[in-house]
Design a protein around this ligand. Structure first.
Ligand SMILES: [Zn+2]
Length: 197
């Protein structure tokens, strides 16, 4: 690997190295998109269909898919045998779901310990199942997950080729927002903005 394959900033370089390790583990090469669903199994994650959830009241279900639908993207809880159950918001598209699942996978691979095991206790506050880890762990899991989905060296190359963020997003099967977040944290954003104008 070349030093130029890593982004500036110590934290983001660390995240990138972890992400490259995950991509390696998933046998994803070069600019190939990473499919988190193919990795979930290795992280001991069981993905549960929202519609299969039992013990959720009709009110809770209607709340989660109605007024609160934009307020949660997924959640996880740990089973007694150490496996983790992950529930994904069924109304979010594949690109958002990929980022959500990748974050959950990263929590596992990074060895984060949840603060709590409860799954649906926070729905009245609209924060359902979304923050079960320490804030620093959340940042790391999201950052490493995003870097796994959109690696810096590919992002930089695509931008040099004149690709737009939505084209890059389509390639990696993530949202345009995630691609632009990656550009910002790896300091490619200003170049990109100057080029598109
Ligand atoms: Zn998280």
């Amino acid at each position: 690997m070349l030093a130029s394959d890593l982004p500036p900033g110590e934290k983001w370089r660390k995240f990138e190295l972890r992400a490259l390790g995950l991509r390696d583990f998933a046998r994803v090469k070069g600019d190939q998109p990473l499919n988190p669903f193919a990795l979930a199994h290795f992280a001991n994650l069981i993905i549960v269909d929202f519609d299969q959830l039992k013990g959720l009241s009709d009110e809770a279900r209607q709340h989660l898919l109605g007024p609160a639908v934009e307020k949660w993207s997924g959640g996880a809880c740990t089973l007694p045998d150490g496996r983790k159950l992950v529930i994904l918001n069924p109304t979010h598209g594949r690109s958002r779901t990929n980022a959500t699942l990748m974050e959950e996978i990263c929590h596992v691979f990074l060895g984060h310990q949840p603060n709590r095991l409860s799954v649906v206790t926070r729905d009245e506050r609209g924060k359902v199942m979304s923050r079960d880890y320490r804030k620093a762990d959340e940042e790391e899991a999201y950052g490493v997950g995003a870097a796994s989905l959109v690696p810096y060296s590919s992002l930089k190359r695509f931008l040099r080729q004149g690709k737009a963020s939505n084209q890059i997003a389509a390639h990696f099967r993530v949202s345009r927002e995630l691609v632009e977040y990656r550009m910002k944290v790896t300091r490619l954003w200003n170049d990109y903005k100057n080029n598109v104008r």
